[in-house]
Design a protein around this ligand. Structure first.
Ligand code: NAD
Length: 256
């Protein structure tokens, strides 16, 4: 908003907060990094391999007046992930927000789906959420926020070949409810955001598969990463203090 004297008033609901985003270099994670930084948080972007993308994102956020750093943290490597979170907390003297965004989508029917794909999916989509939450919670105080990027496929799996992905996201429903109980007494909330189809590398909006998904939705389109980031930012904000253990859909009515 602009005051009558022309001065810009910017609302920074996350001023003074420090956030770690697990898997933040592209897609929904990158949009979330930009949004949390715009809302005033200092943002640490965890990434597995894409150093150039993560550093370019940090440069963009810095140019826009925000504060960010990139830190290598393979979500499948429990020790490395916990170390990265500890080092961010040590560097800034606090940690307030954890966004568990890293995820992989392996598709295949039961006859083709390998044990290696099962284990990789569980390591990145589920185990990393436990590992990062455990590490982050040790540094969080009253007002701490853990936000997991789940999926509307936790609630509805209308296509063939997505059993293990759906299982991995459904697991987060139970994990968040339990962690909400563990951490509630300390004023820390734990929630899942459940996006429907979102236009990213994982799920481009211009395919036949995308068109089939749109046929299942009340709002027949892909969401934008920025729309999901806005919900994550609100769940991470002080305003959301009474929301915990919840599955929050942002899916164009996919699960409706
Ligand atoms: P994406 O493939 O662009 O992003 C996935 C992110 O996870 C990337 O930054 C990737 O580098 C990171 N990642 C993967 N393996 C990692 C590892 N071992 N260590 C660290 N980071 C790792 O797709 P996206 O759509 O932005 O996905 C983000 C999250 O949203 C995922 O959890 C995904 O399951 C979820 N999701 C996406 C959609 C969709 O339609 N795009 C819908 C529902 C949920």
């Amino acid at each position: 908003t602009t005051q009558s004297n022309g001065n810009q008033i910017t609302h920074k609901p996350l001023a003074g907060k420090v956030a770690f985003i697990n898997g933040g270099s592209r897609g929904i994670g990158a949009a979330t990094a930009r949004r949390l930084a715009a809302d005033g948080a200092t943002v640490a972007i965890g990434y597995a391999a894409s150093t150039a993308a993560a550093e370019a994102l940090v440069a963009d956020i810095t140019a826009a007046g925000g504060t960010a750093l990139a830190i290598r943290a393979d979500a499948a490597d429990a020790a490395a992930l916990a170390d990265a979170i500890d080092s961010v907390a040590a560097r800034y003297g606090r940690l307030d927000i954890l966004v568990n965004n890293a995820g992989i989508l392996r598709l295949g029917g039961i006859d083709q789906f390998s044990l290696a794909d099962f284990d990789d999916t569980v390591a990145v989509n589920v185990r990393s959420v436990f590992v990062a939450s455990k590490a982050a919670a040790a540094h969080m105080g009253e007002g701490g926020r853990i936000v997991n990027v789940s999926s509307t496929n936790a609630l509805r799996m209308p296509f063939q070949g997505g059993a293990v992905y759906a299982m991995s996201k459904s697991a987060l429903t139970g994990l968040a409810k339990g962690l909400a109980r563990d951490l509630g007494p300390r004023g820390i909330t734990v929630n899942n955001v459940l996006p429907g189809p979102v236009d990213t590398d994982m799920n481009p909006a211009d395919t036949d598969f995308a068109a089939a998904l749109h046929g299942l939705m009340a709002l027949p389109r892909h969401g934008k990463a920025e729309e999901v980031a806005a919900m994550i930012a609100w769940v991470a904000s002080p305003e959301a203090a009474f929301v915990t253990g919840a599955d929050l859909a942002i899916d164009g009515g996919f699960a409706a």
